[in-house]
Ligand binder design. Sequence first.
Ligand code: VTB
Ligand code: MG
Ligand code: MG
Length: 328
Amino acid sequence: MKLSKVDDARTPANLHRTLTLEMVRVTERAAIAAAEWRGKGDEMAADLASVSAMKAELDTVGIAGRIVIGEGEQFECDDLFVGQPVGVGEGPAVDIAVDPLEGVTLCAKNQPDSLVVLAMAERGGLLNVARNVYMHKLAIGAEYAAETVSIEWSATENVRALAKAKGVPISEITAIVLDRPRHAGLIEELRTAGVAVKLLSDGDIAGVIHAVNTADTGVDIYLGSGGAPEGVLAAAALRCIGGHMQGKLILDTPDKRAKAREMGITDLHRIYSVHELAAGDVLFSATGITDGSLVEGVRLRRGSIETSTVVMRSWSQTTRWIKARHAR
Ligand code: VTB
Ligand code: MG
Ligand code: MG
């Protein structure tokens, strides 16, 4: 363990470490609000509850924050829209990406793995992408060279290269893929190559994190497409825990291309690395709503509420699991 890292006289952190706990409070409060809607079949109500709790808590934090990835455009939603200022308005200028209810369907059905997710970066650190844009994603652990795989190769070429680098037969490779009709061909190709496919019904932020935590999860690679906002949020986590990811925006309509240009993207075919999706100092916090593979869900007890959060900081490469008890 490189303990010296925290003590040495390198560049001071641009995001103060006390912000870590502040972000935990934000995702905790949103998860508690969403938990009331677990299993009620009302995705919209669950999402709104999380959004307004998140906004209220963010506004108590001493930052001049700005939402860069949120619920939608200003005219589409009341809160956490792109460009909305958050925080008390004084303090460090930071950009914030949120998914107040990652896996909203899972929450509405009271199934595992719904989360509240937030990433904070220095101003300009997070790639700005619209809520309705998808991204091709590929992720592997830090134990490999980044060039071991490529988003431009076929799935077969990637798993072959990964198996070779790992020194195992392809039959010992596990890929994680979102279970969607659009991935039918990909899943078939992987199975034909002999790969074990772990299907995700939702929630590919956790999926990407699992793919880089191979020792704990047995998952070797993430492949396929999912939300672009979720791609940026996953990259923020990878900045803190290590691992490689490549992302390519799917700008398949004139509207999406025009919007992307407006949001500052000049090369529409660019392949982004982890550092290009989330640059500079980054914090990442996720609190469980329902029980999940990353964190436990909210526990409503007689006199108290318990939450489980994983919070990470890129500067120190720290990951903390924070279990909190709140008075009801
Ligand atoms: C993706 C994925 C998310 O929803 O956005 C998915 O990145 C939606 O996929 O993690 P489809 O539109 O194809 O159904 C999640 O699974 C949950 O927000
Ligand atoms: Mg959402
Ligand atoms: Mg989501």
